[in-house]
Design a protein around this ligand. Structure first.
Ligand code: C2O
Ligand code: CU
Length: 460
């Protein structure tokens, strides 16, 4: 495997992934202001970058609450345009979901909004705006939200890695080419500079013998990750916040945009050693994300205790025998199979749709903007199976708001809120429609979402 650094970053000074100050959001409540800021993304010796940030940092601070607590966030929009905050993966009341036009009026520049909701599930979640998402996240607006389960921690140490990327020019400025049609019709706005917790990282400090719970969050607009920890075998204990049977992933940990994985990493390396964490999702473009950098001190013996997952979250089990089955077809994009099958008349209709910016579809509809008639109306309390078909030549991380679903087609049928579909893949997801309201369904490649791959479902 040939490794190279992405972007212009070779030689960036050694940097530990900066620890983030957690805020306990439930106490007096936390203030979260979205505003332009200047931060150093690339490292010493490189200019600062103008970003948009929550409370001045990229990513925004880790918000933490205990399972079942009420989270209170005083949001202040100090951006040039209207915005909101969405709490990705949290099963909250619809009015707190942060989707402009659908669940709340967009917060105007200079405006405020009080978010307040109970967090029913423990695990790793995240927050980000939901207006002009491609640009707002592409400029740095996102942060992790960690909900702690009751009971003893599963590891000695808990760390968050918010993975993201930026498209920078040689002066480390974010290039303003948002909404580019080539990005939209292909694999989205993949950046050229990868960051861990908002910095181009060199090392993550570990001590021999410790057991670390790593909370991985893919906050990038479009970049996929497949992480391999050389010399180590991290064990996955949760996906999108929800516990799974602990299992090793020799094929690497795959994270599409929006997805999370909690892994337990036993530090079995020798004191003073370094081990690469490699991302090799993109063929011929593997690179070293960072090194696990062992402290020179002798440390302790690696734990022999079996890795355990936290207790399950209180999710209603879908009744598969009686579930209503609904097809959900992802269409559009460059080299679309639909285009190849189309008659000449259909082809000119598709071409006209694409010229209008409707590059992608859900069940044949290209939705631009958040307010529209629901694609499905679901009966509250009823079980549903979505038969999802990716009728495109591209990967899509499909995200549902308001619910978590079981991925019936995946080993161990994990609960997730975002599922990655490979080109032409079909899979089934199942859930109980137990959270009333109008909820978004969309691809979490934000340029795909903006160019049509979104819809809503109503739970009555
Ligand atoms: Cu991460 Cu519709 O959101
Ligand atoms: Cu997509």
């Amino acid at each position: 495997m040939r490794l190279r650094r992405r972007g212009f970053l070779a030689g960036a000074a050694a940097l530990a992934a900066a620890p983030l100050l957690p805020a306990r959001a439930q106490d007096a409540g936390v203030r979260l202001a979205a505003a332009p800021a200047k931060v150093n993304l690339v490292g010493a010796g490189y200019p600062d970058t103008e970003v948009w940030a929550f409370n001045g940092s990229v990513p925004g601070q880790v918000l933490r609450a205990r399972q079942g607590e009420v989270l209170r966030v005083q949001y202040e929009n100090r951006l040039p345009g209207p915005s909101t905050v969405h709490w990705h993966g949290i099963r909250l009341p619809n009015a707190m979901d942060g989707v402009p036009g659908l669940t709340q009026p967009p917060v105007p520049p200079g405006g405020d909004f009080q978010y307040e909701f109970r967090v029913p599930d423990a695990g790793t979640y995240w927050y980000h705006p939901h207006a002009r998402s491609s640009e707002e996240l592409g400029r740095g607006l996102y942060g992790a939200l960690v909900v702690d389960e009751p009971g003893a921690p599963v590891a000695d140490r808990d760390a968050v890695w918010v993975l993201s990327d930026f498209r920078l020019d040689r002066e480390a400025r974010i290039t303003p080419d948002f909404g580019h049609m080539r990005d939209a019709s292909h694999d989205g706005r993949v950046g050229n500079t990868v960051a861990v917790n908002g910095r181009v990282a060199e090392g993550f400090a570990v001590r021999r013998g410790e057991r670390v719970r790593l909370r991985l969050v893919n906050a990038a607009n479009a970049r996929m990750f497949r992480l391999r920890f050389e010399g180590h075998s991290p064990v996955v204990i949760a996906l999108d916040g929800h516990p799974v049977e602990p299992h090793a992933v020799p094929q690497g940990i795959v994270l599409g945009p929006g997805m999370r994985a909690d892994v337990v990493l036993d530090a079995t390396g020798e004191p003073g050693s370094r081990h690469r964490v490699v991302d090799d999702w993109y063929r011929d473009a593997a690179y070293r994300l960072l090194d696990l950098a062992y402290d020179a001190a002798p440390g302790g013996a690696p734990s022999q205790a079996p890795v355990r997952a936290p207790d399950a979250n209180p999710l209603a089990e879908p009744d598969l025998a009686r579930a209503e089955r609904l097809p959900l077809v992802l269409g559009g994009g460059a080299m679309s199979p639909e285009l190849q099958r189309a008659t000449p008349e259909e082809r000119s209709r598709i071409a006209a749709r694409m010229r209008g910016g409707g590059m992608w579809t859900l069940n044949g509809h290209a939705m631009r903007g958040h307010v529209h008639a629901p694609l499905f109306t679901l009966r509250r309390g009823r079980s549903y199976v979505f038969e999802v078909v990716n009728d495109t030549a591209w990967h899509h991380p499909l995200h549902l708001h308001g619910v978590a679903f079981r991925v019936l087609s995946a080993p161990m049928r994990p609960w997730r809120d975002t599922v990655l579909l490979a080109p032409r893949e079909r899979l089934e997801i199942a859930f109980v429609a137990d959270n009333p309201g109008d909820w978004m369904i969309h691809c979490h490649i934000l340029e795909h979402q903006d160019a049509g791959m979104m819809a809503s479902m109503r739970i009555d």
